[in-house]
Design a protein around this ligand. Structure first.
Ligand code: NAI
Length: 345
């Protein structure tokens, strides 16, 4: 029987994994703690670990897991910026879920945007208190506005189609633009200068960290709305706060936050908030924050469980060959993963 240590378990994770695991004779050890150097030893005797976005999978953790006999790191997420794939090479294989519901994330981005610009978050609280005044609730039409989409992969494209449905003008930037598509690509600075709304859909890499910097904010239109459902590190929080305070940024819709790891996904309502930047953002009427929730639909949870169990099975029962392995052999994860027809190492 394949035994898997499942870190950072939430109640919504269990039903799908229990169902698919039982179907394939897989045993999950559900742990509430996150994976880090102190908790890696809990995986002793397990064949694999199953981790999420705020688990720490650095070189030290990888070495510890390797010593404990773990063979596979199964990410139940698409993004893998929290895994040192280079350090894992030659020791532990890494698999992820490349797509579970890009619709869930793209639709959440639009939900945040509409909530923000139509002040639904304000209206909801008012009418619950029988305050039917409309003062201060004026929004703006999305129709005819320009949205700049950074990252035109699976989620970015769906978001583009949603925006087109609203009659918006779409411009985009991607490091690897798809020249065969009907997407209008522009240089990043042009996107900053022309967009009424900017939505981030690229991965967090060394190159994209603090893509939204103080310099970038300077180049943006006054009143720009920034939507981030990708990774918190794409935005320099100080630059964002500065832009909002100077009224340069009109609104921010954030599903992710640079320092989310110790806060998001947990009930912190009985605690004093130590993160002053986060507290400041939450206090602002034009900032909406959800707690890395964009992926959270029943459809996505089901797909995540099914694909992750499939990834683990194909590693242990299919000569280790798994389409969803993140390979570092050629130094280019995407190209290698797509072209490779054999085990990574
Ligand atoms: P994808 O891999 O299909 O697309 C990413 C796109 O970003 C690609 O077109 C790629 O060429 C582009 N890109 C790479 N480096 C870039 C750079 N330096 N500048 C501009 N573009 C660059 O990924 P997908 O599935 O669309 O996901 C996008 C991101 O969404 C993920 O990396 C992840 O961080 C985030 N995500 C967030 C979730 C949430 O719950 N909030 C859930 C799932 C994903």
């Amino acid at each position: 029987m394949i035994k898997v240590a499942f870190y950072d378990t939430k109640e919504y994770d269990r039903p799908g994994f229990e169902r698919y695991g039982a179907q394939h004779g897989m045993e999950f050890l559900f742990l509430e703690t996150k994976l880090n150097e102190d908790t890696a030893a809990l995986a002793k005797g397990c064949d694999a670990v199953c981790v999420f976005v705020n688990d720490t999978v650095n070189a030290a953790v990888i070495d510890r897991l390797y010593e404990e006999g773990v063979k596979l790191i199964a990410l139940r997420s698409a993004g893998y910026n929290n895994v040192d794939v280079r350090a894992a090479f030659g020791k532990l294989h890494v698999v992820h879920v490349p797509a579970y519901s890009p619709y869930a994330v793209a639709e959440h981005a639009m939900a945040l945007l509409l909530t923000s610009i139509r002040r639904i978050h304000k209206a909801y609280i008012r009418t619950r208190e029988f305050n039917f005044s409309l003062n201060g609730l004026a929004g703006f039409d999305l129709h005819g506005k320009t949205v700049g989409v950074i990252g035109t992969g699976k989620i970015g494209r769906i978001f583009i189609n949603i925006c087109r449905g609203f009659g918006m003008n779409v411009i985009a930037y991607d490091l690897f633009p798809d020249r065969n598509s009907d997407i209008e690509y522009v240089p990043l600075d042009e996107l900053f200068g022309k967009s009424d709304i900017i939505s981030l859909h690229c991965p967090l890499t060394d190159e994209t960290r603090h893509l939204i910097s103080a310099d970038a904010v300077e180049k943006m239109k006054k009143g720009v709305v920034i939507v981030n459902t990708s990774r918190g590190g794409l935005i320099d929080t100080d630059a964002l706060l500065g832009g909002i305070l100077r009224r340069k940024i009109g609104a921010a819709c954030l599903d992710v936050y640079e320092e989310e790891a110790d806060v998001f996904f947990e009930d912190r309502s009985g605690h004093i908030m130590n993160d002053e930047a986060l507290a400041r953002l939450i206090s602002m009427p034009n900032v909406i924050i959800t707690s890395h929730q964009a992926f959270l639909t029943e459809d996505a949870l089901n797909n995540i469980a099914e694909t992750t169990v499939g990834n683990i099975l194909s590693y242990f029962e299919n000569d280790g060959i798994c389409d969803n392995e993140l390979c570092y052999r050629c130094g280019n994860i995407e190209r290698c993963r797509k072209e490779r027809k054999e085990r990574c190492f």
